[in-house]
Write a protein that binds this ligand. Structure first.
Ligand SMILES: C[S@@+](CC[C@H](N)C(=O)[O-])C[C@H]1O[C@@H](n2cnc3c(N)ncnc32)[C@H](O)[C@@H]1O
Length: 313
């Protein structure tokens, strides 16, 4: 029985990544180590894996879980936006597979001190790496109503962004918003539980997503991590990404489409002058969890897997 965090689409990740004995693999988001462990098992006896996580607590926990793999696994507390620097430092210059399982783990969600869950009464922080940047509570305390509205729209696609932003500015005049629970209750009071045409989710879901993306600069990090990956993969190597909302998935989809096309010259040019060749080939269609997985692990709900193979260009 897997403890803490159930790896999402675990079988599908392995069948897309095709990790073979002797290969070099990167798990850019080790989290609880569920996928990492499966990749290491599939690459027995001599495959090697570099595992990254921006969250030092995740690295500490996973180090214990993966102890039995000895020096086949190297773990680094690092943001995957630094992959282009960190991987060569550890001797991973030409790799066979890179996995990104985006978002947060059940460990982080359950940790009241991190402020990721609606019910948490600890500080509203939301950073994966608490040594960098500013906590979400600081954004709520300092941005004006227009800036908050823009943030909730851009990173949360929140239909009630102006209303929620105004309520935050009014509430903080009385007392600072310091916990996730305070923020969730405030939103419950001003936004309807189910905007027309949308499925039932907690009314604070989109605002929480927006704050988390903002404090961790998640979309920029994803773009940088994907770009570094294409440079690191050797021909035939695989990129596999699990995303959990449309903003992430759009970035992954567009990235693969751009790398598939190669040339970026405007169509009116008669010949290519940019010299860019296609570097990725998408593999299959996006994969979503089966009803059986959804029943066993409701947190897999919004997962979408995309995979691509590195071309020889
Ligand atoms: C969904 S969990 C991964 C779960 C893991 N695959 C498993 O099976 O246990 C996502 C992890 O990615 C980490 N993370 C998110 N953004 C990151 C980034 N930019 N760089 C490094 N780690 C990141 C989070 O701290 C979290 O631990």
């Amino acid at each position: 029985m897997e403890e803490g965090h159930l790896p999402v689409l675990a079988e599908e990740v392995i069948s897309m990544l095709t990790p073979a004995p002797g290969s070099l693999q990167i798990d850019a988001t080790v989290g609880g180590g569920g996928h990492t462990e499966r990749i290491l098992e599939a690459t027995t006896p001599d495959g090697r894996l570099l595992g990254l996580d921006a969250d030092g607590a995740a690295i500490t926990r996973v180090r214990l879980r993966l102890e039995r793999f000895g020096d086949r696994v190297v773990l680094r507390e690092a943001n995957f936006r630094e992959l282009g620097r960190v991987a060569p430092e550890e001797g991973f210059t030409r790799v066979d597979g890179v996995l990104f399982d985006l978002g947060l783990s059940s460990f982080q969600l359950a940790d009241a001190e991190r402020g990721f869950s609606f019910r948490s009464t600890g500080p509203l922080d939301m950073r994966f790496d608490t040594s960098r940047g500013v906590p979400a509570s600081e954004l709520l305390a300092t941005l004006d109503a227009a800036e908050l509205t823009a943030l909730f729209r851009r990173f949360g696609e929140e239909p009630f962004a102006p209303r929620i932003a105004r309520a935050i500015v009014a509430a903080r005049r009385e007392a600072p918003i310091e916990t996730a629970q305070q923020l969730a209750e405030l939103i419950e009071g001003v936004a309807p539980a189910r905007p027309r045409g949308r499925r039932r989710i907690h009314p604070a879901t989109r605002v929480f997503q927006a704050l988390r993306i903002a404090v961790n600069e998640e979309l920029d990090a994803l773009q940088a991590g994907l770009a570094a990956t294409v440079d690191l993969l050797q021909p035939g190597g695989r990129l596999v990404v699990l995303s959990y909302h449309s903003l992430e998935d759009r970035i992954v989809k567009r990235f693969i489409a751009t790398e598939r096309k190669g040339c970026t010259c405007p169509p009116e040019l008669p010949v290519c002058v940019c010299g860019r060749n296609p570097r990725l080939r998408p593999i299959g269609k996006p994969i979503t969890p089966t009803p059986a997985e959804l029943a066993a692990n409701p947190r897999s709900r919004s997962a979408r897997l995309r995979a691509a193979e590195r071309l020889a260009a």
